[in-house]
Design a binder for this molecule. Structure first.
Ligand code: PMP
Length: 284
């Protein structure tokens, strides 16, 4: 296996990050996970743009490779490994500096990436759906930035697993739903698809953007609006969307059935069309 670290390809096993890397010591770090099907990255340009936005917030924008470089990196890694189905994991950190919150000298960001074989949910799993639980929001206030500060998400996923569920959905103190621990959340009511509004409360998903485009193509109304906990629990259909889960129906929520415990027709329609997009779409 291979990795791309700081501009060069190195064997995966010998690739390393220094102890004083600011990603490791301060979580001064951003990441992206991109689906790569038969060597073709899905919506790469959206992922690069999102990392660039986060990097501007952290003052690391110079460390984000341009889109063409990402394309080369994916193509080169794929030529070496040829996984049918994989994710590209990419991370940008503040780089190495003597350990100080704000180091004096200008630091050089570190960028690394590698492919990992990954099996996306098969249509037979999407036809079953998953269980989710709701958890109080306990992450920081700038969830629109895709940082690697993922401990709260890991804790929420642990809670979900303990309760026999696959995803945890964060609900704010005001009783409104934000997003899943590693996904965006959509509800369907009377044929209208809705997801909480963009802003600092949640991460804008690349997959969610594809969902909104599919809705437009299929003539389904798609709204960004606040979704309360009771709104979520009483929805006709609920689904999550992310790079790795694709469009996945939620059929059980905090132990109660959603939409009779079966994936709903609109969710399945979107999932079907998403699958086509996913397996057919070219780079960027
Ligand atoms: N929200 C959070 C908190 C996430 O971690 C993710 C990504 N796994 C998403 C939403 C979905 O984003 P994307 O569709 O770009 O994977």
């Amino acid at each position: 296996r291979w990795a791309y670290v700081d501009g060069v390809f190195v064997p995966f096993a010998s690739a390393a990050v220094p102890l004083e890397d600011r990603g490791l010591e301060f979580s001064e770090s951003l990441y992206e996970v991109v689906a790569v099907i038969n060597g073709k990255p899905f919506r790469l340009a959206d992922h690069v743009e999102r990392m660039l936005q986060g990097a501007r917030e952290l003052g690391l924008q110079e460390g984000v490779p341009p889109l063409a470089r990402w394309q080369h990196v994916v193509a080169d890694l794929w030529a070496r490994e040829r996984f049918d189905s994989a994710i590209l994991y990419a991370q940008l950190t503040g780089g190495t500096a003597a350990r100080e919150h704000l180091p004096g000298q200008r630091k050089k960001p570190l960028f690394f990436a590698y492919l990992r074989p990954f099996t996306f949910p098969a249509p037979s799993l999407i036809a079953q759906g998953i269980a989710a639980v709701t958890v109080p929001e306990m992450r920081w206030q700038r969830r629109d930035i895709k940082t690697t500060m993922l401990l709260p998400a890991v804790l929420a996923k642990q809670q979900a697993r303990q309760k026999g569920a696959q995803e945890a959905i964060f609900v704010g103190q005001d009783g409104y739903v934000n997003e899943g621990a590693s996904s965006n959340v959509c509800v369907v009511r009377s044929g209208v698809v809705a997801s909480p509004p963009p802003g600092e409360r949640l991460l804008e998903g690349v997959t969610l953007k594809a969902v909104s485009e599919l809705c437009a193509e299929l003539g389904l109304p798609f709204h960004r609006r606040w979704v309360s906990l009771s709104d979520l629990k009483g929805a006709d259909e609920v689904f999550i969307a992310s790079t790795t889960t694709l469009i996945m129906p939620v059929v059980r929520l905090d132990g109660q059935l959603v939409g009779g415990g079966k994936p709903g027709p609109i969710t399945l329609r979107l999932a079907y069309h998403f699958q086509k997009l996913f397996t057919g779409e070219q780079t960027a």
